[in-house]
Design a protein around this ligand. Sequence first.
Ligand code: ZN
Ligand code: ZN
Length: 304
Amino acid sequence: MQENHSLHNALRQVRHHVGRVMLHGFSVSGLATYLQLPEYDFCVDMGECPVSSIGINHVFLTHAHGDHSRCLMRHHSLRRMMGVDKPSIYYMPADLVSGAEAWIHSEAVFEGVPEQRFKLPEIVGLNAGEKVPLKYRKDLSIEAFPTRHAQVGRQTFLPSMGVTLFNHKNKLKDEYIGLDAAGIIELKNQGISITREVYDPIVTFMGDCLGENLTDPALASIWDSEVLVTECTFVDDGEESMADKKGHTHISDLVKALEKYGPTMKCKYIVLNHFSMKYSSDHILGALQKKIPEAYRDKVIAFI
Ligand SMILES: [Zn+2]
Ligand SMILES: [Zn+2]
């Protein structure tokens, strides 16, 4: 295998400005994935924890595989070491919470932390379909949705979830638009609710997932986000069934999704991450050029 020194350095951050999102981080299959959105105070996964992650207060974990989860507690402890008192919040699929707590406790025992000094960080388990405001950013909410990634039994998959980040606002109800300040105060005094909640999807992260998730009708709303970040571990011809077997997406799955949703999708940018470490940058860019239909080529960005 050809070694790609700069491509494989998880601390050398990739940066892309996509729509309303500045995406900083790194994502190579099996090595590490972490995707920071500094201006939204949000990070997805923590497969590596560079110092630039320390100031981020909200972290979402898609699934338990080490290349995504390994540095979750390093984030927590580095913050304390650097004097950040504000507790960071770790959001994750509800099914992962008890395993994560046991893992965090074992790590503390391994490091010799006395039992009386051990304290769990703030962990929030998410269930499908719940919109949860970010603790320190009430203008933002997240909603997690289950994905199918690594099969562990006949019908069973490892818990894994994607997540959408929404801008959350209260807007005046249509019937009250145009009303003057006195009219609005009058309605408020009568206890009438004059606003409705509006959720504007900024970005969706799929996490690791089988390509079939992209065309699953139950997940059609992923295509409503301005930016969709989705894995594309494999890009070569003949690797389709291996991608399936390993629980990952092949570029042909994305092409199928573009055929299905392309003409109607609101999504403006599709960021592909988590490429296999065996490919060079040129190989990835060449494959995108060859396989993404021309009409969508400007939309698709490789996170390398
Ligand atoms: Zn992975
Ligand atoms: Zn995985």
